[in-house]
Design a protein around this ligand. Structure first.
Ligand code: NAD
Ligand code: 2ZO
Length: 513
């Protein structure tokens, strides 16, 4: 039976979407949302197919938004901005906390929809929903702490600063963490008193609108958080819109460059969370068991489609054989298959073109002399309904060198490149020899070495004896071409607000004229 996915207002929602099974969902409700309602596009445009990665079925059709829809969504956000920005932080926090409670109560349903649209395992999708909820909870807490500074001046005069919102913020998301990304952007934006128009990736349009309904149900003013669907044309309309004050983008470096260029026309601030090609450095004095676990976490979450992945694994020569043996053994043991099953650890890649691209990187690696130690092949699950899905076996490449394409370019799939090194100085130079700088990891028992190495790594998020953890209280973002600004943590407030300085004269004007 095909289940129809219904909006939150429908009384049958719980029954309709609870306990989905792969291949059973069909979505026919509008996925745009502005001014408090789901909406269809206003003009007839070519609809785009959206697929279920686990089966290759068409899940729904995307109705891209054009100029009129974007204008209406921005207008809605503009009208909500006034009342929302005038609320106290405590009042905003109350609504955000309620939204977090609603996410918690709908955790399973949201996670299942994420799986159906993205292809990742249900175990991971639940963690993504938790991260989204925690982020909203965290910024609800921060909302009431926003404050300025008081500065004394001569003669009793003084100045004070006010932290003010920017206005209508635009969020543009990637397809690898659809629900988490929309929360990581909207939570700090709303906490600071902004409103938002969010555009998800056209590949994963389904779950952002659930958050729009949740904010509305939690008591947010109509138009506070809006969703417009579409691809680069819609994104570009948003970036150029004169009433948009800021653009927060997650995606690839080339698109990030375009976003920055578009935003520069209006001198709009940007947050850019871009790609990576991050190193993990494993010294011979490490706890090998943890280093292997770390390397797997650095490469195979979300089918390897993670910006911060540590895909260049540098292993000190002395322990290479032992490390490779264990990492391959565990990689081969990863259960691939139906992402809605509890036992599955790796689901489907997000699309057929993307799967082909990742597999072609493996072919290129072979041609350039890398050795496939395991995986790197298309995978066809035994369950007939999964036969059209986009699966591959996770791959470990050995004998890699720094010049190989697989070591230089972001593959964005389950492909780990293993490289050998001898000295600390040598590996640091090689690890930093990239235009990207999102993350880096080091495994060693020598605490002095760990901090010395991390100090020299040119990356925004450095992990010592762990990898790919992103607690929402901690800032996340890149150095170099991996981005600008930060998400999460207190510092992100600075990227969604502006400082106003007020000078107060308590005496007479000391005029020179
Ligand atoms: N640093 C991070 O936090 C982070 C997180 C997730 C993904 N990523 C990166 O994202 C990339 C994969 O995601 P993707 O394929 O969705 O990236 P992408 O750059 O192709 O698309 C990202 C978003 O930008 C939109 N877009 C495309 N062209 C646009 C334009 N000209 N104007 C405005 N919007 C436009 C897309 O529709 C989509 O919503 C990888 O490089 C990955 O490293 C980074
Ligand atoms: C939660 N992870 C796995 C660290 C993902 C962060 C977001 C980047 O794609």
């Amino acid at each position: 039976m095909i289940r129809r996915f219904l909006p939150a207002s429908a009384p049958t929602l719980s029954a309709a979407v609870r306990c989905l099974s792969t291949g059973s969902v069909s979505i026919n409700v509008p996925l745009n949302y502005w001014a408090g309602q789901r909406r269809r596009s206003l003009e007839k445009r070519d609809k785009e197919k959206v697929y279920e990665p686990a089966t290759g079925r068409v899940l729904c059709h995307l109705e891209p938004c054009g100029k009129e829809e974007v204008s209406q969504a921005v207008e809605a956000a503009k009208s909500a901005f006034g009342p929302w920005s005038r609320m106290s932080g405590m009042e905003r926090a109350r609504i955000m906390i309620e939204a977090a409670h609603l996410i918690e109560s709908r955790r399973e349903e949201i996670a299942e929809m994420e799986v159906v649209n993205n292809g990742k395992s249900i175990t991971e999708a639940r963690l993504d929903v938790d991260s989204a909820r925690l982020c909203i909870e965290y910024y609800a807490g921060v909302a009431s702490t926003l404050a300025g500074q008081h500065v004394q001046l001569p003669g009793g005069s003084f100045a004070y600063t006010r932290r003010e919102p920017l206005g209508v913020c635009v969020g543009i998301g990637a397809w690898n963490y659809p629900f988490q990304i929309v929360a990581w952007k909207s939570a700090p934006a709303l906490a600071c008193g902004n409103s938002m128009v969010f555009k998800p990736s056209p590949v994963t349009p389904v779950t952002a609108v659930l958050l729009a309904e949740i904010y509305a149900k939690a008591g947010a003013p109509e138009g506070l958080f809006n969703v417009v669907q579409g691809g680069q044309e819609t994104g570009s309309l948003l970036c150029h819109h004169p009433d948009v004050a800021k653009v927060s983008f997650t995606g690839s470096v080339p698109t990030g460059q375009k976003i920055m260029e578009m935003a520069s026309k209006g001198i709009k601030p940007v947050t850019l969370e871009l790609g990576g090609k991050s190193p993990v450095i494993i010294f011979k004095d490490c706890d090998l068991e943890n280093a292997v676990r770390g390397a797997l976490m650095a490469n195979f979450l979300s089918q390897g489609q993670v910006c911060s992945n540590g895909t260049r694994v540098y292993v000190q020569k002395d322990i290479m054989a032992e490390f490779v043996k264990e990492v391959v053994r565990r990689t081969q043991a990863i259960t691939i298959g139906d992402p809605l099953l509890e036992s599955t650890r790796m689901g489907a890649l997000v699309s057929l073109p993307h799967l082909d691209k990742v597999l072609s990187f493996v072919e290129q690696a072979k041609k350039e002399g890398a050795k496939v130690l395991c995986g790197g092949e298309p995978f066809v699950p035994s369950d007939p309904k999964l036969r059209g899905g986009y699966y591959m076996t996770p791959c470990v490449l050995g004998d890699c060198t720094d010049e190989m394409t697989c070591v230089k370019e972001e593959i964005f799939g389950p492909v780990m490149s293993v490289l050998s090194f001898e000295t600390e100085q040598e590996v640091l130079q090689r690890a930093n020899n990239t235009t990207l700088g999102l993350a880096a990891g080091v495994f060693t028992r020598d605490v002095t070495r760990a901090h010395r190495v991390v100090e020299q790594l040119k990356a925004g998020s450095c992990f010592i004896n762990n990898y790919n953890i992103t607690p929402v209280e901690v800032p996340f973002g890149g150095f170099k071409m991996s981005g600008i600004g930060r998400e999460n943590g207190q510092v992100t407030i600075e990227f969604y607000s502006q400082l106003k300085t007020v000078f107060v004269e308590m005496g007479d004007v000391d005029s020179l004229f």
